[in-house]
Design a protein around this ligand. Structure first.
Ligand code: ADP
Ligand code: MG
Length: 566
């Protein structure tokens, strides 16, 4: 099918390529809203400490078990363009503040669901968008009003913040121990900047190893490399290390062209090998000449070079990740050298100790007591690969929320308290708006309550009753009152130590309302034809690994792939 526009009744003007499909007006809107609602519905049951986990199976059969919103949405292969926008906000929220991804998606879904009611009552999308935008701004202001100031390096508060973010994860039982590690790590890399702090989370390296239990996790003041020393004849530990960081191979480079050397007699072969050895020896001499006793190399190291370096008592690790080399450069003060002719003593970095240690069946190299102490590694452990993977995700969230509070030391309660408060405030403020925008602002307030509703529902509490009593308690001025889902009752969240960064709540409101408004403003979906599939593609329309989704309305097979539009 091609889209044609009549040109004064004569010749049709062909605008779009053969095979392009177009959905217009309210049909397009309904379709987009439907898709977004489904995405929100998928993650809704995983909100909060009582939320359920999802088991995700990718196209290779790998299994991930998680209740992290961003991870769930990353793993499922969403096709619908509007659904993709929700996946996008989960990703941005994850990058910006680390936590609150599920909440952002639930809020966006709820905003769209409420918008649908208004659209059915013939409220124009532009009016809804305007009302939502104003309400979002107000909601953020109301949240700011109840936020409490703390000090950026108040350990007790940071611990509670980290623990709250881990309450909803598999690591909950060990959250005290992990929170200690996380706060220690963030505090040791934080840099004071006027009143507040700046935290570069890249300074915290996270390594994981299945085996042991979660509480065996550890913090190392330095950098851990998941590689072993290359040669058995090399020392396994070096005190007072002088470290060369090299991102070129310690090998004889092969020629680009296909050259043949014809060798007529054994002497020639010998002299050829001698020449190779001589070149390798010259390389190694340059390294040793710089005074280095540890060589950390991004590329390969030739066997012969290993032999010479071992003889000189140098500890060598090869095939180090580029990102690790950058971290090592920062930590040890070394300069990464590409050309061995440029390697001098001044380029070397230093560390008190470089040592190979056994971690389960592997051997890893630890670089400790670095010149620049602002580099740490969290060494995460857990019963199985799936457990350590989930520990890693939780630790990521925890690092981010601690960073959020150190950078913007404002906190609010958790357990749906701030959302309920902001909803009530937005509702009464909405009365001041003229016309139909008022309806939109009211709906915004209703949507904010989707968070306490989901928390209550997931805890097996009656959502309506719980929300009603929460509202009335808050009306009496109990701003910190929320839903204690572990004890299934309404309680002061601050006294249960459930606190969260204001930054996360702000991000949830901004990301969700932006996505909802963007989806509402679309009244035309034009999708170009899918380019012909590769010959091997015998999978049909269903996205890999999520065959079941193809049947859902508005997703997968329902529409052509509009990936190009995002
Ligand atoms: P998100 O991806 O949005 O962070 P989570 O599954 O981590 O989703 O759930 C976060 C929500 O759970 C927040 O609203 C937080 O306040 C709430 N929460 C965490 N711990 C508790 C608790 N012990 N009691 C009540 N609510 C809690
Ligand atoms: Mg969370």
């Amino acid at each position: 099918m091609s889209i044609q526009a009549a040109n004064k009744g004569t010749m049709p003007v062909i605008l779009l390529k053969e095979g392009t499909s177009e959905t217009k007006g309210s049909e397009a809107q309904k379709n987009n809203i439907q898709a977004a609602k489904i995405i929100a519905e998928i993650v809704r049951t995983s909100l909060g400490p009582r939320g359920m986990d999802k088991m995700l199976v990718d196209s290779l059969g790998d299994v991930t078990i998680t209740n992290d919103g961003a991870t769930i949405l990353k793993e499922i292969d969403v096709q619908h363009p509007a659904a993709k926008m929700l996946v996008e906000i989960a990703k941005t929220t994850d990058n910006e503040v680390g936590d609150g991804t599920t909440s952002a998606v639930i809020l966006a879904g709820s905003l769209l669901e409420h918008a649908e009611t208004l659209l059915n009552q013939n409220v124009h999308p532009t009016i809804i968008v305007d009302g939502y935008r104003k309400a979002a701004k107000k909601a953020k202001q109301f949240l700011q009003d109840i936020a409490e100031k703390t000090s950026g390096n108040d350990r007790a508060t940071l611990l509670k913040i980290a623990k709250t973010s881990m309450q909803t994860k598999l690591v909950r039982k060990n959250s005290s121990e992990i929170a200690e590690l996380v706060v220690k790590a963030v505090l040791s890399v934080a840099v004071k900047d006027g009143e507040n702090f700046i935290v570069d989370d890249d300074d915290i390296k996270v390594e994981k190893k299945a085996g042991g239990s979660i509480i065996d996790s550890n913090i190392v003041q330095g950098i851990v490399l998941d590689k072993e020393v290359v040669h058995s004849g090399m020392p396994k530990n070096i005190v007072d290390a002088k470290i060369a960081l090299i991102n070129t191979a310690l090998e004889i480079s092969k020629t680009e062209t296909d050259a043949k050397i014809s060798i007529q007699n054994p002497q020639q072969l010998q002299s050829f090998l001698d020449e190779e050895n001589r070149m390798l020896k010259a390389m190694v001499d340059k390294v040793i000449g710089s005074g280095a006793n540890v060589v950390l190399c991004q590329k390969g190291v030739d066997d012969m070079a290993q032999h010479y370096l071992a003889k000189a008592g140098v500890l060598v690790v090869r095939r180090i990740k580029e990102s690790d080399l950058t971290k090592l450069a920062k930590a040890t003060g070394a300069r990464i050298v590409t050309n061995l002719d440029d390697l001098f003593e001044k380029d070397l970095g230093s560390a008190a100790l470089v040592e190979e240690r056994k971690i389960e069946e592997d051997r890893w190299v630890f670089v400790e007591g670095c010149k620049h102490p602002k580099s740490v590694t969290l060494l995460l452990r857990g019963g199985s690969q799936r457990v350590v993977d989930e520990v890693e995700r939780s630790v990521h969230d925890a690092i981010m929320v601690v960073k959020d509070v150190m950078e913007t030391p404002l906190i609010v309660a958790g357990g749906g308290a701030p959302e309920t408060y902001a909803a009530a405030k937005v509702r009464s403020w909405s009365k001041s708006l003229e016309g139909r925008e008022q309806l939109a602002a009211e709906k915004f307030a209703d949507a904010l309550e989707s968070i306490p509703l989901a928390l209550a529902e997931n805890a097996g509490m009656d959502p309506i009753d719980t929300l009603a009593s929460l509202r009335s308690r808050q009306l009496k001025g109990e701003k910190w009152t929320g839903i204690d889902v572990m004890k299934t009752r309404i309680a002061n969240m601050k006294s249960s130590d459930i606190i969260e960064p204001l930054a996360v709540k702000h991000q949830i409101v901004s990301a969700a309302s932006e996505a909802a408004c963007m989806i509402l403003r679309i009244d035309d979906v034009i999708a170009t034809a899918k380019s012909s599939p590769p010959p091997s593609g015998g999978e049909g329309g269903a996205p890999p690994g999520m065959g079941g989704m193809g049947g859902m309305p508005g997703m997968g097979g329902g529409m052509p792939d509009m990936g190009g539009m995002m």
